[in-house]
Structure formats: C-alpha cells, structure tokens
Ligand binder design. Structure first.
Ligand code: SIN
Ligand code: MN
Length: 176
C-alpha cells in the first residue's frame, strides 16, 4: 500500500479520522464528500491507480459463484492494524443504477481475523457478529446490498504465518 500512490488515513466529513489505512483502485472514494472521483482531491490529487484485471476477474467470479452479477470497476483496500476498526455504515456511494440493480459488494479478507458486524437495513436493527478470517470472501448484494456493517475489532497475531504480515487487509470490490 505504500508505492507511488500511497495508502493514507482518510479524514471524513465532520472531521473524524478513520481507523484504517485506505487505497482505492479504479475510482477514488472521497470521504469528505462521500462520493467517487478519478483523482484523490481530498488527499494528494494523484489519480487512483487502475484496478488490476486479475482482481476484477476474481471479484466477478466470486459474485458469480453465489449467483450474483458483478462487473467490478473499483476496489477499496483497507488495512487494519491491531487497533483498526470501522464504524457501522452503509455502502451507498456507488451509482443509483448499480445500487438499484443490487450488484454486490464482494469483500475479501487477508491476514488477521476481524470481528465483522452485519446488521439490517436500518441503523437500529440488530447486528450479527461474524468472524472474517484470512481467505474469506463475504458477498452482500440484492436485497442485502444496503445492510449496515462494520468492523469492531481485529484479533492481532492471527494472520497465517506464511503470509508474513501483521494486521488485516480487506478488499471490497464494487461496480460503480
Ligand atoms: C467496509 O465496510 O468497507 C470494509 C469491511 C471490512 O473491512 O470487512
Ligand atoms: Mn462498507
């Protein structure tokens, strides 16, 4: 995440600092505007790197394996250290057409296990806690596309040793 176009810690609308390091591929998510753009106008103005073809095909295949249609054109890569977390939110900044079609979010986790919270369509709905382990894919689309979700904690030191990493990478693929 720290090549020519580095990951960074977003500051969101309202001034809060996120508890992840983020890098967007294909299209940049601007956390001040809650919208997508070609270049990182909320950070360093660099263009979002392209989404690698292999990533796109993997995401589309995962969606297809559970009977959903996706032609991914962007990926948000989040890195969580031991203190990383993400408040409960909806993913609703993709195009109205994509959301209406229910094209899923395909989430792929690598590294430390996360406690993932998956709620309902209203913020106050009850949430299920799901352990997302390295290698897990989690897909939410169709009527579940706008379900609230977040990450409440990272189980430090649980990454498979062969990966040689600390922390957790989560890749969420979407179709704008
Ligand atoms: C996200 O909600 O965008 C990320 C979820 C995760 O890290 O599992
Ligand atoms: Mn999300």
């Amino acid at each position: 995440m720290d090549g020519d176009v580095p990951g960074y810690v977003p500051i969101v609308r309202g001034g809060g600092t996120m508890h992840v390091r983020m890098l967007c591929l294909g299209r940049h998510w601007n956390g001040l505007l809650y919208s997508y753009e070609a270049s990182r106008s909320d950070f360093d103005g660099l263009a979002a790197p392209p989404l690698p073809r292999d990533f796109r095909l993997l995401a589309n295949e995962i969606a297809g394996a559970v009977g959903m249609s996706l032609d991914a054109d962007l990926c948000i890569v989040n890195y969580y250290d031991a203190a990383g977390r993400m408040g409960v939110h909806q993913d609703k900044d993709e195009s109205p057409a994509s959301l209406a079609a229910g094209h899923p979010v395909v989430s792929v986790s690598l590294g430390d296990t996360a406690r993932f919270l998956f709620g309902g369509l209203r913020r106050r709905d009850p949430v299920d806690a799901i352990q997302l382990e390295s290698g897990d894919a989690f897909v939410f689309g169709g009527p579940a596309r706008l379900r609230y979700h977040g990450v409440s904690r990272i189980a430090a030191g649980t990454a498979p040793p062969e990966l040689g990493i600390d922390g957790r990478f989560n890749l969420t693929f979407r179709q704008y």
